[in-house]
Write a protein that binds this ligand. Structure first.
Ligand SMILES: [Zn+2]
Length: 319
């Protein structure tokens, strides 16, 4: 399969093997982050399900493949979140239900691809349940989600779960090298939390911000300068960068040499001098703050920045 990264190819082979053995369930819930390349697996599976040639992968050449490539295959429906709120609404699901009831125009399978399935509102999910419960022959419904936890249990229980493997650091770096990513690949991966396809979009400005953050925290010029710096930066990105430092320091304290991460040894040395318990407490604090940002509950970015600066200086014993 062209361009399918190695950590996804085993999952695709399993799915295509099931399909060719007539044991592929009609509804799949494919869970993986787009930044890890999960959508590439769905691309390849959709192409295979639509192709009319009996080959281990889509031939790319039959009429169905050509129709699909030009975005005009009549038996393929793609649904994405819409509107300001990025929601999948019931109208989109009704269109799916109509398609499922029709006869396939090209005589092959009908394929429905529902992206970010966790964005379905309750009405949409209820409308989809019926079609998930009463499958029609030759119809495959592929739901994609980056978060199993946010997908409704009623939907989850009616689909075969496909959990995609994540790349190792060297596999992820290989994606950036192959794509001729011109900046610092290891730093870009750190910024993108190890997700190679997200790392490809990391800019020079983000890399400079990453180094600047490290400098400011390694040699803090006092509470107010540090809290001002945090306030001007993305709090979410700063917290994630700090978490990477703490995790790296903890791993080294316990003599676990994990993956290479973009952090200077000087900073890790500073953290390794702290008792393990202090690092764990600080990590808990970061997780809690990231949770608040995620829930967007009563955020006061300035206060949060000041609290973070104080916690950091306290951890280093320099307050
Ligand atoms: Zn084909």
């Amino acid at each position: 399969m062209p361009d399918l990264p190695p950590w996804l190819s085993a999952s695709l082979s399993d799915l295509i093997g099931s399909y060719r053995a007539n044991t592929l369930p009609h509804a799949l819930l494919i869970v993986g982050d787009p930044g890890h390349g999960g959508t590439l697996l769905t691309d390849a599976l959709v192409a295979k399900l639509l192709c009319r040639a009996d080959l281990p992968e889509a031939c790319g050449d039959c009429k169905a493949c050509r129709l699909h490539r030009s975005g005009n295959h009549p038996d393929f429906v793609r649904v994405q979140p819409e509107g300001k709120s990025l929601t999948i609404r019931v109208d989109a699901i009704r269109a799916i239900n109509r398609k499922v009831a029709e006869t396939a125009q090209q005589g092959g399978n009908k394929v429905i691809r529902l992206e970010q399935a966790e964005k379905m509102n309750m009405n949409a999910a209820n409308a989809l349940l019926k079609v998930l419960e009463e499958p029609s022959d030759g119809t495959f419904i592929l739901l994609e989600s980056s978060s199993l936890g946010r997908t409704l249990p009623t939907i989850r229980s009616r689909c075969r779960l496909v959990t995609l493997r994540q790349p190792t650091t060297s596999e992820a770096l290989a994606v950036l090298v192959r794509a001729n990513y011109a900046l610092e690949p290891a730093t870009a991966l750190g910024i993108a939390q190890g997700k190679p396809y997200a790392a490809l979009a990391v800019t020079q400005e983000q890399i400079e911000q990453w180094s600047e953050c490290e400098r400011r925290f390694l040699h803090p010029a006092g509470f107010s300068q540090l809290s001002q710096f945090i306030h001007k930066s993305s709090l979410d990105a700063t917290l994630r960068q700090l978490m990477l430092w703490v995790d790296t320091a903890v791993r080294r304290q316990f003599r676990q040499h994990g993956k290479a991460v973009p952090v200077t040894d000087e900073l890790i040395d500073v953290l390794m001098k702290q008792p393990a318990q202090s690092l764990f407490d600080f990590r808990d604090y970061i997780v809690e703050q990231l949770g608040s940002i995620n829930r967007q509950s009563n955020l006061n970015a300035q206060l949060m920045g000041e609290a973070l600066a104080a916690r950091w200086l306290d951890l280093r014993g320099t307050q």
